[in-house]
Ligand binder design. Structure first.
Ligand SMILES: C[S@@+](CC[C@H](N)C(=O)[O-])C[C@H]1O[C@@H](n2cnc3c(N)ncnc32)[C@H](O)[C@@H]1O
Length: 218
């Protein structure tokens, strides 16, 4: 006999399978709803529960420079949501750079001109819209995000349908100014027509990209 975690009534556990915590599914549901109400943001699927989604997180200049150095973009390059412009400054030595920023009246989702590269840390709450639009207008798309953002079935399908493949993932640790999410951060490079494998490597240089013992590329 054990006690239900919700109604406190005793119940018998089955001998096999995962031990049940609740006597019936309605008790399990009530407990789930209470957990949901108690969490202020409702973001229960995040490993770090205190994480609050925020689109206005700028990429520190040193991190932007290190990521661009690792990417080596060229030709026409668009920073679709420049924020304070740290990627724009890092990109300038590499090609002909344009940018949008909604706070300055330039909506990326209304941009139609084709470019060779898009490089950015997008607003994560609009990740899918930014991804879908980027795949329509660029040959190479490099997004900073937690890596799980690329791995929903719908987003994998979106990437494949647009004729892109994931060529490279550059992993890095969260800058000190960013709130920890519990998910691995990285820059993901999507390339039009790429059918080969994907390399996963740590960011080798810079203050936010030092190799840590035990963290290896594979
Ligand atoms: C996570 S911040 C990153 C800024 C910059 N890319 C960086 O890495 O430092 C996202 C930025 O996207 C901008 N933004 C949101 N929606 C946008 C849109 N539709 N078009 C252009 N910029 C947008 C926000 O104002 C914010 O500055």
């Amino acid at each position: 006999m054990t006690k239900c975690r919700w109604c406190k009534q005793p119940f018998t556990r089955h001998a096999q399978g995962r031990p049940r915590l609740y006597c019936k599914s309605s008790c399990r549901q009530r407990a789930f709803e209470r957990r949901l109400r108690r969490h202020p943001t409702g973001l229960r699927s995040q490993p770090t529960r205190g994480y609050v989604s925020n689109d206005n997180v700028m990429t520190p200049p040193a991190l932007a420079r290190a990521l661009v150095r690792a990417l080596q973009p060229s030709g026409t390059i668009l920073e679709p949501c420049a924020g304070t412009g740290n990627f724009v400054k890092a990109l300038r030595p590499y090609g002909q750079v344009s940018s949008c920023e909604i706070d300055r009246g330039a909506d990326f989702l209304a941009w139609t001109q084709r470019v060779d590269w898009i490089v950015t840390n997008p607003p994560w709450s609009q990740f899918r819209a930014f991804l879908a639009h980027s795949l329509q207008i660029a040959d190479r798309v490099a997004f900073v995000s937690t890596l799980n953002h690329l791995w929903t079935r719908a987003r994998r399908q979106l990437v494949k349908d647009a004729g892109f493949g994931i060529e490279k993932i550059i992993e890095f640790d969260a800058p000190f100014t960013w709130q920890a999410t519990g998910f691995q951060l990285g820059l993901v490079l999507l390339t039009l027509g790429h059918r080969g494998g994907c390399s996963v490597e740590p960011l080798a240089h810079g203050p936010h990209g030092r190799r840590r013992p035990g963290v290896a590329g594979s």
